[in-house]
Design a protein around this ligand. Structure first.
Ligand code: HCA
Ligand code: CU
Length: 383
């Protein structure tokens, strides 16, 4: 990491749930679904929405026109191959920007489009010129960047930078990048082009969020996300995960978004694609603010920051303190007794804690069992 890190203050989210996310196994968005998701993301405050290419189907074209025409704050993008007929249709649909992508890796050159480097540059140039002439924000990305010959890829990026694209995009199409490689590639690219830089990272090896962070630290300005990370295979950088990552560095970085909406946006998208929000999703997962071991609950009851990197209240979410298990500590039991309005001595509280542990050793217990033990202590005292 020889080059200096960039401060991350001015980054933009390109929300691709309606493009990359449409490539998720369970996704089949109706027009109404797309509008509902677009409205939710608009309220959250993402800067861009990327939708599938209008040449995919008649419905895709109609939906792109509909979303482009809706009242909104985000800019509408569509995602196209470097082909003139696709670019013309995109412009006709009323988009603000177009994301062009083409494969430069040997795999793509051999098995996908079969073009040479010079041919790639020529077709892309024509498309970029056409879009710029029509006042369209233009991005050019190379698919499978991390498995491409970097000298070749940079030649294409430089040519597109000179052509005046707004951004070049780096795509980790098969999720092979790691944070150090991402940092190093984007740092080099930062030196090579003048335009903005976008990063699109797949999560095949679980690095998509970390790679997105390193891309920003190396000078990227735009990050592709989808809600819950849905996409081809196991998807890309998750919107909520990226927010969590940046928030833990500095909450100011993400205060431009309406954070308490995150949970309902995820639930909305989860229900549309037939999945549950996974328990370990950053911030919104069912157990994200669940505190259990006695050592943890004791500290959290005094100051939640002791075991929370993120304040759930900033996201409109509560925390839970779990007492119904053998790892319970007597401080948490005291807190529960106070909540129930029971005045018990320390000796009683310690004895109640022992009883709860004994019960829990015998089998799974619930908060009702804990409460029964505590109430039992009062009855004993009175009796
Ligand atoms: C895909 C294409 C893409 C494009 C990314 C980009 C990828 O595989 O469907 O436009 O930068 O991952 O390479 O999503
Ligand atoms: Cu992708």
């Amino acid at each position: 990491m020889h080059r200096q890190q960039h401060p991350i203050h001015d980054f933009h989210i390109i929300e691709s749930t309606l493009r990359e996310g449409e490539q998720f196994q369970g996704a089949h968005f109706s027009t109404a679904d797309k509008i509902e998701i677009a409205q939710a993301l608009d309220a959250f405050g993402v800067e861009y929405l990327e939708l599938s290419t209008p040449i995919a189907s008649k419905q895709s074209e109609a939906d792109l026109r509909t979303v482009a025409a809706m009242p909104r704050r985000f800019r509408v993008l569509t995602h196209i191959r470097a082909r003139m007929e696709e670019a013309k249709l995109a412009v006709d649909c009323g988009v603000d920007g177009v994301d062009i992508y083409i494969g430069t890796s040997a795999y793509m050159r051999a098995y996908s489009h079969g073009k040479s480097l010079q041919e790639i540059i020529e077709v892309s140039r024509e498309v970029v010129r056409y879009l710029k002439d029509h006042g369209i924000e233009t991005r050019f990305s190379t698919e499978d960047t991390f498995r491409s010959n970097l000298a070749d890829t940079f030649t294409v990026y430089r040519a597109m930078d000179l052509e005046g694209v707004h951004r070049v995009g780096v795509a980790d199409t098969v999720g092979v990048a790691d944070p150090m490689r991402t940092y190093s590639l984007i740092s080099s690219l930062r030196q090579a082009v003048h335009c903005d830089i976008e990063f699109h990272g797949h999560n095949d090896s679980g690095c998509a969020i970390a790679n997105a962070l390193c891309a920003l630290q190396a000078g990227a300005t735009h990050i592709d996300t989808t809600v819950l990370g849905i996409g081809e295979r196991n998807g890309i950088t998750a919107l909520g995960g990226l927010i969590a990552r940046l928030y833990t560095m500095d909450p100011e970085l993400v205060k431009k978004y309406d954070l308490p909406l995150l949970r309902e946006i995820e639930e909305l998208v989860a229900s549309k694609v037939g999945i549950e929000v996974p328990f370990n999703t950053p911030i919104t997962g069912r157990t994200a603010f669940h505190h259990k071991a006695g050592v943890h609950t004791n500290a959290v009851l005094q100051n939640p920051t002791s075991y929370e990197a993120i304040n759930p209240l900033d996201f409109g979410i509560g925390r839970s303190i779990d007492l119904a298990h053998r790892l319970v500590g007597w401080n948490a039991v005291r807190d529960r007794a106070a909540t129930l309005g029971l005045a018990l001595s320390e000796a009683d509280l310690r004895s109640a804690t022992t009883q709860i542990k004994t019960l829990a050793d015998a089998g799974r217990i619930t908060l009702d069992d804990v409460d029964a033990v505590l109430r039992g202590m009062v009855t004993q005292e009175v009796g």
